[in-house]
Design a protein around this ligand. Structure first.
Ligand code: MN
Length: 492
């Protein structure tokens, strides 16, 4: 669990005006809130109460410390009492970590009999949080605002979901992507400015020779292959007599994994146009690596490879699955309109509704000397999103669409690859129109675990454009939104 390696710092705003007793009470309550939230099991990472801040220096110091602490994935602020916000300027102006303003209060109720001016002076988050909100707005801080009582389960869930997106940001900042071969020739949408991406998102995207991978493959031992075969046999049904093809995929997987682990890479891309020295395009190999948490993108699509790895982290432990996907073909029968997603081999088995089968089939695309082994299965039903990151020239645009996955409406017995079927929102035709207008790619990350709100949080924290296509989107509204965003991002 990579999520558990991170923590979030709770910074509570106050001031000296109310005397030491009030400050002691605030600190005591802040600790109690943190303890109870940590014990609730609703949050994916630990929250650490850091300070009841009363001075510019205390805030500046805690921000400095947060910036340089690798375990700290973000700060959560709240003003139990009024905290004059000019004292926050120096700290917030230097904050480099994700920031959430939890607009809450300690008490759930206004105590009818008990309430007097002392109570009012102690419990003034309602105006303290407004002063705090102003300075963040004035400083144009990218931040999340969550309002509600801290013991309310839905508030904790929202905070937890934001924390997951913030961990995705931290993961992204040090993500390394291993490219075997270039992008597929002539394809535009898989291109991108790697310097811009590294500056904005932190990704180190570099290339390694396919020949070096082949060398690594040749060094894999039969014993190593036996061990991985045992894992395959435990996780999947073997539905082919061609055991050599499966062993060859195991050899590929072991070699790719060794090269990635040696470089600290958590995502990779390859292309069927550059398999020189390999007998099969990695199919089962890439699929099993994705199930282990590595990101993957086909046809050299390093952007989708990296996004796959990031969504896997954000959704870690949720059990639904996130992975590389491609819109392949449509069912356009009126009243029963669906998109069929698949890839030539590499669909992540975390999507599978049932135990995947290992099959071997001929693959006509690319230089496959032998029939590649791959996992074949049907995807699960349920709400999900598809996400595409595109380079608009001068900026990145993250496009997210809500979808409803269904059990595929037909068996497709001759389709030799894993498949997922869904209805895009608001409906298939309008959904396609909007996706195409926004410039979304054919490659996406599909996720049952990550929400559109988390993708919006991620884009805000990364300072990139976000487009959300959902049940309320119309082509007219979207056209206007894209037009205005284009102007705004050029000025930014
Ligand atoms: Mn593709």
């Amino acid at each position: 669990m990579r999520m558990k390696n991170y923590e979030f710092w709770f910074v509570v705003g106050s001031q000296f005006l109310y005397g030491p007793e009030v400050l002691d009470t605030v600190a005591e309550r802040a600790q109690k809130m943190v303890d109870e939230m940590n014990a609730s099991g609703s949050l994916p990472c630990k929250v650490v109460y850091k300070v009841t801040a009363k001075t510019n220096k205390e805030i500046t110091d805690v921000v400095k410390e947060a910036n340089y602490n690798d375990a700290c994935a973000g700060i959560i602020t709240w003003c139990h009492t009024f905290s004059p916000s000019k004292m926050w300027i120096n700290g917030l102006a230097n904050l480099q970590k994700p920031y959430c303003h939890l607009a809450t209060q300690f008490n759930l109720e206004i105590p009818n009999e008990e309430i007097d001016m002392d109570f009012m002076n102690l419990n003034q988050a309602a105006h303290g949080d407004r002063e705090h909100g102003f300075i963040a707005a004035r400083l144009r801080m990218p931040r999340k605002v969550i309002a509600g009582h801290w013991q309310n389960e839905s508030v904790r869930e929202r905070l937890g979901e934001w924390m997951r997106a913030a961990v995705g940001v931290q993961f992204s900042k040090s993500l390394k992507v291993m490219r075997f071969g270039d992008n597929m020739r002539e394809v535009a949408v898989t291109e991108g400015d790697k310097v811009e991406v590294q500056t904005k998102l932190g990704w180190q995207v570099n290339t390694w020779a396919t020949g070096d991978l082949v060398k690594e493959m040749n060094a894999v031992t039969e014993e190593e292959i036996d061990a991985l075969m045992a894992e395959y046999t435990a996780a999947y049904d073997i539905a082919t007599d061609n055991i050599d093809a499966i062993r060859y995929q195991a050899r590929e997987e072991i070699a790719i994994k060794k090269m990635m682990d040696a470089e600290g890479c958590m995502a990779f891309s390859n292309t069927f146009q550059d398999l020189y020295g390999m007998e099969q395009l990695p199919g089962l190999a890439s699929q099993h690596l994705m199930s282990l948490g590595y990101g993957y993108g086909g046809e050299g699509d390093w952007k989708v490879a990296a996004m796959t790895a990031i969504l896997k982290v954000i959704g870690e432990g949720k059990g639904g699955g996130s992975g590389f996907m491609e819109d392949y073909t449509y069912h356009l029968v009126p009243g029963s309109e669906y998109s069929l997603g698949a890839h030539m081999l590499e669909v992540c088995p975390t999507f599978a509704a049932d135990k995947p089968r290992i099959e071997t089939h001929h693959l006509g695309i690319g230089m496959n000397e032998k029939d590649p082994a791959r996992l074949v299965f049907e995807g699960k039903a349920g709400p999900a999103i598809v996400v595409s990151l595109v380079d608009m020239g001068g900026r990145l645009r993250l496009i997210c669409q809500d979808i409803e996955c269904i059990k595929p409406i037909m068996e497709m017995p001759n389709l030799p690859v894993a498949r997922v079927m869904w209805r895009a929102l608001p409906n298939l035709e309008t959904g396609i129109e909007c996706w195409i207008m926004a410039g979304g790619a054919h490659h996406t990350v599909l996720s049952y675990d990550v929400s559109a709100e988390q993708m919006r949080d991620f884009a805000r924290m990364m300072d990139i454009e976000f487009v959300h296509i959902n049940k309320d989107t119309t082509p007219e509204k979207l056209e206007q939104e894209l037009f205005l965003a284009d102007l705004a991002w050029k000025l930014k």
